[in-house]
Design a protein around this ligand. Structure first.
Ligand SMILES: [Fe+2]
Length: 237
């Protein structure tokens, strides 16, 4: 497990159970309709985020890495549906891990693209800024905490600003590989940073800190604010 669930009060066992439930919920509608997952279009050109994220990085990341997750998610889903139809529980169990990896990869990247904008950056706007001030004291403090979590994370994964439905607070979290934030920690994703080397190596070599610093210049705070308002409506208690 990734260690980011502790502040949400979730134990490792529950995390595993939640991940499996996430997969089953994701599989059920697709299994019923045989719908295929598709690579979402970007709302901007590959070169639109330059100089912060170069066109080659965006092209490789979207048209190769994300597209591969989509292709493999559909293949894995087909196998899973067959295993369900055959009543093969061993095969279903064996497919849980690849489903989480490919499904999480598709979900995480879809969230990521929409979090970026050529007109982004600057200070957060709207009610999410009020929440950041309440929970972190200042935007600079929140930015520093998320940057530090991103740079210090070992290996592939994602860092997140998430919403805790149980206490209505914002939290910084990190997840390994392509584990989805909500299925792993219960937090609702508001903003996620891809920490895999494929996200930055072409432009920033091994300097993840330079890449993270650049990302802040292209954050679409309107989208983050919309996600926060939607998440707030799901508060428990
Ligand atoms: Fe990625």
């Amino acid at each position: 497990f990734c260690g980011c669930f502790s502040s949400s009060g979730l134990c490792p066992l529950k995390v595993g159970q939640t991940l499996m439930r996430t997969v089953r919920q994701a599989v059920r509608p697709a299994a019923a309709s045989r719908q295929k997952y598709t690579l979402p279009d970007l709302n901007y050109d590959y070169g639109a985020l330059e100089p912060h994220i170069c066109a080659e990085t965006m092209w490789l990341h979207h048209s190769f890495h994300h597209a591969t997750h989509v292709k493999n998610l559909n293949r894995t889903m087909e196998k899973f549906v067959k295993a369900v139809e055959m009543g093969d529980e061993t095969a279903q169990e064996a497919l849980q891990t690849p489903l989480i990896f490919q499904g999480g990869g598709h979900l995480n990247h879809s969230i990521f693209w929409n979090s970026l904008s050529p007109n982004g950056g600057g200070q957060p706007r709207g009610v999410v800024m009020d929440a950041i001030m309440r929970n972190f004291g200042s935007f600079e403090n929140m930015k520093q905490q998320m940057s530090a979590a991103s740079v210090s994370w070992q290996g592939p994964g994602w860092s997140w600003l998430g919403y805790n439905r149980w206490d209505g607070k914002l939290e910084i979290a990190t997840c390994a590989n392509e584990d989805p934030l909500q299925g792993t920690t219960g937090l609702i994703p508001l903003l996620g940073f891809d920490l895999w080397k494929h996200a930055y190596y072409h432009q920033y070599n091994n300097s993840r800190s330079d890449y993270i610093e650049a990302l802040w210049n292209v954050i679409n705070w309107d989208v983050v604010n919309d996600r926060f308002m939607t998440a707030e409506r799901q508060q428990i208690g």
